[in-house]
Design a protein around this ligand. Sequence first.
Ligand code: NAD
Ligand code: LMR
Length: 328
Amino acid sequence: MTTSPITVTVTGAAGNIGYALLFRIASGGLLGPDVPVRLNLLEIPAAVKAAEGTAMELNDSAFPLLDSVNIYDDVNQAFEGTNVGLLVGARPRTKGMERADLLAANGGIFGPQGKAINDHAADDVKVLVVGNPANTNAYIAAASAPDVPADRFNAMMRLDHNRAMSQLKEKTGTAISDIKKVVVWGNHSADQHPDVSYATLDGKPALEAVDAQWLDSYFVPTVAKRGAAIIEARGASSAASAASAAIDHVYDWVNGTKEGDWTTAGVASHGEYGVPEGLIFGFPTTSAGGEWQIVTGLDVSDATRAGIERNIKAAQEEIDAVKELDIL
Ligand code: NAD
Ligand code: LMR
């Protein structure tokens, strides 16, 4: 077992995703079965008591890897020495709220959190933004942390990736472990472009097993609108699957992706596939040595090109709106 614990800060810790996430972190799912963790929970003052209840349960679980649980309502204290930051807490859109109001409210959360990470986190900090709109919130946090490389701020696209895998499994009966090289380009929003152009099922091209009609009329909209379908069914946003995807994302970032496969991560573009530099965008990615690499050189079909362009436009519009609000 590594001796010194890794500090993991979770914002929105008393929320639904937080409740599903914290126990998996404490049991070793996030970093590995030999890595002790120190959990820092950040909440707004009104939810600190609920976070205290969760901390009691975490301690009562007697996880061997759990070094300590600390609760904060102060952003600077919460990110002191943070190695991994999971930015889950966000302002949900409420009835009558305009898009600009939502962006302004979230800018007021992710700007100060980015600054606190810049000023207080460990040099090796890795940040995954889950709170919506995840890509724009990650962009705001990264822009507020000029001393931290932009590559360390990710947006969660792994839930979309996992949803795409699940739909392929359901359609073709292929085991998840035999489905490779799926990608969801773009944003964690209904604009996203789930793509099986490069995917294999049991080593054979996915495009030989599924037809264009199913892909266009069922697969793409089902994956892209899955979040809304879950809200409709559950009366609440996805929580356990979102937590599971956050675990998958950070585990792969830290421990590496599997040989012969890639995953989807929302990472800062360096201009790949024509995506403007700095946009935090879902790309096919591999990880090694704790760093993501965007998979380059893929042949892009007209449909994929159109999907990428649609997402660039949507992401850019959101960032322009944030800039107009003087958040950045
Ligand atoms: P929730 O409302 O149950 O919990 C959110 C928590 O965040 C609350 O406890 C709230 O007190 C806290 N919070 C609000 N502002 C905060 C701040 N400034 N600092 C610290 N904590 C703060 O919501 P949830 O179901 O846990 O979802 C959280 C976010 O994740 C939402 O924005 C949701 O839309 C998003 N989400 C993203 C994905 C994805 O794939 N990227 C998937 C599902 C949900
Ligand atoms: C999801 O994809 O499940 C969520 O992002 C939906 C939401 O709006 O919270």
